[in-house]
Design a binder for this molecule. Structure first.
Ligand SMILES: [Zn+2]
Length: 455
């Protein structure tokens, strides 16, 4: 008999969606890894565990659609705190060139801990850094993510176009084209699980037009087709990138993507700021998803994504905290708030609702990752839930449950359930030693900066 958890007396359970429902004094029953029952009022049944959710608000666990975990090691990087994207990258490449397996393992867990403590139950990661002589970083990430217990959809990133070939990164952090494709196929064959409720899916993610060869872009699309996996990359993030594409490829970034065979289903793109109206229609035709990363875009002064135009056209727009060196945080609740604020700055207060950004962070994020088994509180979906405590200082005085968690200052989740298992209880990890990991992560960051001559 599968384990059961009954959540009762919840002040609010947000099912959202077209009906935009907010169940009050509500209950939810989990059986195994699935949501079994859901409704308002009292409900009595035998359960292995009963959680009293009085003064608590329950939402679907958030889905993070874009990140670079390893950048937690260069947060607020001293030489790039006031830089735009290309300079920010060029300054950090020498430190990133020193990454080893310990750096990858620790940064993965630190990023995931911050994500989970802010309500995230599924995350992707875009790892594209493989310094010469280093391989299998993604295997290390998978091990680290499994230990902390999140639903994980990592991508095999890559950079193959170094300085000598007209790319942006130094050659010390680029790989050979053929190796990228061989390793991509190995990872799919070894780890990819496409079943309902999968805890681990692989996607392919050449880094960006200005640091990856056309060969890798084309062959990645072919591999994705062969195995039915998703494709991901950075696109239309800055005006510098548009200028780079015009100069080097003679076309705009989306035309380039089309040329290399990427206009297809199961694709999601990070940022997507500089698309014109015709390009948005083209993206919508293939239901291409956008990972909106508002803090990173604001921090680097890149621009503001046309969230409403994209959503109206039919593109799923998810939320991404992006690399911790350009957002300097992996707090997804804070990012949800930032998404609301940034769109309102551009289009006014009525342009986007609290419910809209919560939908973006849940089932639209799931759609970006080509999933319909997560991202919504509904009978039959996976039991991924974030439960926030309205008694927290940051929410005191706020009586609108969804307004509280989005508009007030982001806080730590009270309870986090991933795939039917309680991973955070009373705001602390159940089976993960966070303090020791923070200590080791800080030591590693200092060592890397020293090695690169920054400290
Ligand atoms: Zn990124």
């Amino acid at each position: 008999m599968a384990k059961t958890i009954l959540i009762k007396n919840a002040t609010a359970i947000a099912t959202l969606g077209k009906e935009q429902r907010l169940l009050q004094n509500a209950h939810l029953l989990i059986e195994g890894n699935l949501i079994k029952k859901l409704g308002e009022g009292d409900f009595f049944c035998e359960a292995d565990e009963v959680l009293n959710a009085k003064d608590k608000v329950v939402v679907a666990g958030f889905v993070n659609t874009h990140h670079h975990f390893c950048q937690t090691l260069t947060r607020a990087f001293p030489l790039a705190i006031n830089s735009k994207l290309f300079d920010w990258l060029i300054n950090q490449y020498p430190v990133w060139a020193g990454f080893d397996h310990e750096a990858i393992f620790l940064s993965t867990q630190i990023a995931l801990a911050e994500l989970m403590l802010s309500g995230c139950t599924t995350s992707t990661n875009h790892h594209y850094l493989y310094p010469k002589g280093q391989t299998k970083f993604l295997d290390t990430e998978i091990l680290a993510a499994k230990e902390i217990g999140i639903r994980f959809q990592p991508t095999r990133g890559s950079m193959t176009l170094g300085e000598k070939d007209g790319g942006l990164p130094p050659d010390s952090v680029t790989e050979f084209d053929e190796n990228v494709i061989l390793d991509s196929e190995r990872l799919i064959q070894t780890y990819n699980d496409e079943s309902f409720g999968s805890m681990l899916k692989i996607a392919l993610a050449p880094c960006a037009p200005f640091n990856v060869s056309k060969f890798v872009m084309r062959e990645s699309a072919k591999l994705a087709e062969k195995y039915g996996v998703s494709l991901h990359t950075h696109l239309a993030e800055t005006e510098d990138e548009t200028a780079y594409c015009l100069e080097n490829f003679g076309c705009r970034p989306l035309d380039y993507l089309e040329e290399v065979g990427w206009l297809r289903e199961k694709v999601w793109l990070a940022h997507g700021i500089f698309f014109n109206d015709a390009e948005i229609q083209k993206l919508a035709k293939f239901k291409i998803g956008i990972a909106h990363c508002p803090s990173s875009n604001a921090r680097l002064g890149s621009g503001i994504c046309e969230v409403n135009k994209l959503r109206k056209a039919g593109c799923p727009v998810g939320i991404g905290v992006d690399g911790s060196a350009s957002n300097d945080s992996s707090n997804i609740l804070s990012e949800i708030r930032q998404a609301l604020l940034l769109t309102r700055v551009k289009y006014g207060a009525e342009a986007i609702k609290v419910e809209d950004v919560l939908e973006m962070a849940t089932f639209d994020g799931a759609k970006c990752l080509s999933r319909d088994d997560i991202g919504k509180i509904e009978v039959g979906k996976c039991a991924d839930l974030a439960i926030f405590d309205l008694n927290h200082l940051n929410y005191s005085g706020a009586e609108d449950p969804l307004g509280a968690i989005v508009l007030c200052q982001a806080t730590t989740v009270d309870t986090l359930i991933v795939n039917g298992e309680i991973k955070i209880r009373n705001k602390e990890f159940v089976d993960f030693g966070l303090q020791e990991k923070i200590f080791r992560h800080r030591e590693k960051a200092k060592k890397l900066l020293k090695k690169a001559g920054v400290l």
